[in-house]
Write a protein that binds this ligand. Sequence first.
Ligand SMILES: [Zn+2]
Ligand SMILES: [Zn+2]
Length: 283
Amino acid sequence: MRLPDYHTHTVRCGHASGSPAAYIETARAAGLLALGVADHLPLLPHHDPELSMEICELDEYVSEVRQLKEAFPGFVVLGIEADYRPDTVSDVRSLLESQPFDYVIGSVHHLGEWGFDDPRQIGGYDSRDIDDVWVDYLELVGEAAESGLFTILGHLDLVKKFGYRPSRILDAELDRVVKRIAQTGVVIEINTAGLHKPVQEAYPSADILRRLRAAGVAITFGSDAHRPEEVGRDFAHAVDLARAAGYEEFAILEPDPAGGRARVGLQALHAETPPEDRRGVAR
Ligand SMILES: [Zn+2]
Ligand SMILES: [Zn+2]
């Protein structure tokens, strides 16, 4: 089963290793369908050298990946992962429009000034009500979907990363955010990085995937690799999750020769991975 990996980083962000070429080499060796380089867009409003490249490095990033696109036509796509923060929407929009990105992954990493998935700021959970954190987070995800800035939403339930779970099933809130997503046509990634975080579960959960499927939301795949050897990691498990949720297709990105954003196409999802590569789905 050949899958694309649309969520990978590079050494430029300050917390990953490897050049785009190294990620592409791993992806080719692993027999992936496509490799999307989607490093972190310069973080606004304040730069943090451990979270992203600087604005002055963006041109170089884009030209490096575009050269690789030319070297591996149809295999490499130029992406970026942008933070959704209500206070920076117009600046992020201008930055995104200044470059010929094939696609943009939209991610919520902040609640106000709090970087809730940043290990340096994990103490922030101690002083907050976890149910409120989840509700506020899901509201921002809905806003991110509706902003129209993004092709894919990244790690949809990232707020579970450190294992902080709500005290009740957030049925109404989850249904509401899934409905908002479905109305926008944005694609959701199955992001396998969560399997290697304290929560030990892919993003989003099997429950959320079933809701997305029922609402007709398209999915695709991302490893969120921060080292070249993590490209395509645990994708056999991701396919199992997708199929368990009822998915029979996944989204692929078809670059626009005219330089606009990629078109989203669909491909059939087959389950043909060897059993020894698999993790249990019932988590
Ligand atoms: Zn990162
Ligand atoms: Zn992210």
